[in-house]
Design a protein around this ligand. Sequence first.
Ligand SMILES: [Zn+2]
Length: 110
Amino acid sequence: MSQSLLYHAFGVREGYDYVRTEYPAGAVEFHLAVRADQFVCPDCGSRHVIRKGARERALQTVPIGFKTVFLVTEVPKCECKDCGAKFEVAPPLPRRMCTTRTNWRTMRRR
Ligand SMILES: [Zn+2]
């Protein structure tokens, strides 16, 4: 699994680094982390930003054989130390995917 496979197979172009692959029942999950250069305050442009936790989102993408494939990304919650703005860092993912957060949770319980 390489960064270029993410680019070419799934259309993930920028903003994320590949972290690991997990194989819950009947599915494949590619876990992605937000790249360090994305941590910039949207209000003032400062890079003096601290992380204050994160949530996860899972997007279903094109299947591999009979396996359902999800891209699982963290969505870091951040705070700007210069202007105090609070924001989430979520670089866009390919549009052909649909959000399947609920299905994803269901699948993992199987
Ligand atoms: Zn700021």
